[in-house]
Every structure is written in structure tokens, then in C-alpha cells.
Design a protein. Structure first.
Ligand SMILES: NC(=O)c1ccc[n+]([C@@H]2O[C@H](COP(=O)([O-])OP(=O)(O)OC[C@H]3O[C@@H](n4cnc5c(N)ncnc54)[C@H](O)[C@@H]3O)[C@@H](O)[C@H]2O)c1
Length: 245
């Protein structure tokens, strides 16, 4: 028995990194967990130290794929209680005048529109339900911006604005919608970043280290849980003192 006992959670981009840690933690806290990601093979990574209850190939930037994933998850695990919108890409690090047009579209499609698609599909199903939790993984970049990552920062700022808006629409519904803004953490997302970009990200953290994925998972499980009752539309900071607002 855990705080999420009897609950069903979806974690997008749950095959690795932050999403994998969040999925593992939600399951350890009692939830049955479905992970959505681009390829099924990645979902079964034995190094994850747990087995998801269900996994499905979903491209969050494709609305039909999100709908198919949602239906398949309900069929496999029953009604969904928790949605963690975590899937995301960094995109190339490039100043705006050189930023590839195709990359801008792709980053926005996955990091922002994907959050809208998954939320829309869940909320259409949750009408009249009276409960539910949505946790959006934004980024410190959405608050502060970052040189070379304008598309990513714009998408993450968009996620923050989206979170606040949906929360207001749902304020008396029993469904809480919040976001998390992590500082830099060492995951495969680093592969898209330049060494200078990574060093710059780390140097801005007053605690002097990157956040680790378990710390983010620990915050996410609380926000998604029964003790979080009076907070919605909020952006939870986990930046080692970098953001003091
Ligand atoms: N790593 C960091 O420093 C950091 C900091 C702040 C916020 N974040 C955010 O945290 C989230 C997770 O990042 P991570 O560091 O674990 O990255 P990651 O690259 O390790 O994991 C991201 C996962 O999302 C999946 N994914 C990518 N595109 C997808 C799509 N179209 N549909 C479905 N799944 C897709 C990938 O396959 C991967 O499994 C992202 O939203 C990222 O922006 C990361």
C-alpha cells in the first residue's frame, strides 16, 4: 500500500531519464503505471529496476497516436487518475538567426503541443470525474530563457502558461494541474547540448550540482498524490536555489 494505491498513472517519455524515474517512483508508491514513448523496446530497459505495468508506442506530437495510446491504456489498466506530461526534446543549440526552421517546429510540436494533446485527451475522458492530477515537466529555461535554446525555452514557457490556464479552467473540478521546473539534470537530453551549454547550466546552480532524477520523482509523486490538495496552476521549483521565484 502506498499513497497512489488503486490509482493508474501515465508517464509520457517514460522510457528513460526523468520520466523513467517518475514512473518507477509512482509505481513504488502504489500506482499502476503506463509509460508512453516512441519505441516499445526502450520501455523494457532492465536497468530501470522495475517493470512498468503497461507500455505503448506514442508520439505525443501526433494527436491520433495520443488518442490510441489513451484508449489502449484504459483498456489495459482501467480509468486513468494521473497524467505526467514529461516527453520532451532539447533540440539543437543554435542562436536564433541560424536556428533551423524544422527544429523550431519539432521542438514546439513535442514540448508544447504534445502537452496540449495529452492533456486534452485526458480531460475529455475526465469530465465529471471530480478528481485527477496532471503534472507537467517544464524547465527553468521556461522561466529564465537560455542562449541557444530559444525554441526549447519558448516551448517550456508555453507549458507554464498552459498549466496556469488549464488549472484555472478546472479550479472547482477536483482536478489539479501543476508544473515542475527542474534545473539541469544529467540525462540523455545532454546528448543534444554542447559542453559549453551544459557547463553554463551547472554553473548557475547555487547548490553547485545538477538535480538528480530521483529528486524530481520525489516532488512529482507528492504533487500527484492525495496530500497535494490546495495547489493548482503552480510551477514547483527544483533548481538548487537558482530560481528564487
Ligand atoms: N535533463 C534536463 O536537464 C532537464 C531539465 C529541465 C527539464 N527537463 C525536461 O524533462 C523532460 C524529460 O527529459 P529527460 O532529461 O529525461 O530527457 P530524455 O531524453 O532522457 O528522455 C525524454 C524521453 O522522451 C521521449 N520522447 C521524445 N520525443 C517524444 C515524442 N514525440 N513522443 C513520446 N516520447 C518522446 C524520449 O524517447 C525519451 O525517452 C523533458 O520534458 C525535458 O525538457 C530536462
Amino acid at each position: 500500500m502506498g499513497i497512489h494505491s488503486g490509482k493508474v498513472a501515465i508517464v509520457t517519455g517514460g522510457a528513460r531519464g526523468i520520466g523513467q524515474a517518475v514512473a518507477r517512483r509512482l509505481q513504488a508508491d502504489g500506482a499502476r503505471v503506463a509509460i508512453w514513448d516512441l519505441t516499445a523496446s526502450a520501455h523494457m530497459d532492465p536497468s530501470a529496476g522495475y517493470t512498468p505495468d503497461f507500455s505503448f508506442d506514442v508520439d505525443v506530437s501526433d494527436f491520433a497516436s495520443v488518442e490510441a495510446g489513451y484508449d489502449a491504456t484504459v483498456e489495459a489498466l482501467g480509468p486513468i487518475d494521473i497524467l505526467v506530461n514529461n516527453a520532451g526534446i532539447n533540440g539543437p543549440v543554435n542562436d536564433v538567426q541560424d536556428y533551423p526552421l524544422e527544429a523550431w517546429d519539432r521542438v514546439l510540436a513535442i514540448d508544447l503541443t504534445g502537452v496540449f494533446y495529452c492533456t486534452r485527451v485526458a480531460l475529455a475522458d475526465w469530465v465529471g470525474r471530480g478528481s485527477g492530477r496532471i503534472v507537467n515537466i517544464a524547465s527553468i529555461a521556461g522561466k529564465e530563457g537560455g542562449a541557444g535554446i530559444a525554441a526549447y525555452a519558448a516551448a517550456k514557457a508555453g507549458v507554464i502558461g498552459f498549466t496556469k490556464s488549464v488549472a484555472r479552467e478546472l479550479s472547482t473540478s477536483g482536478i489539479l494541474v501543476n508544473a515542475i521546473a527542474p534545473a539541469i539534470t544529467e540525462t540523455a537530453l545532454f546528448e543534444e547540448m554542447t559542453p559549453e551549454h551544459i557547463a553554463a547550466g551547472k554553473s548557475k546552480i547555487p547548490m553547485g550540482r545538477p538535480v538528480n532524477v530521483e529528486e524530481i520523482a520525489s516532488l512529482a509523486t507528492w504533487i500527484a498524490g492525495p496530500d497535494c490538495t490546495f495547489t493548482t496552476g503552480f510551477v514547483f521549483d527544483i533548481s538548487g536555489g537558482r530560481a528564487t521565484y
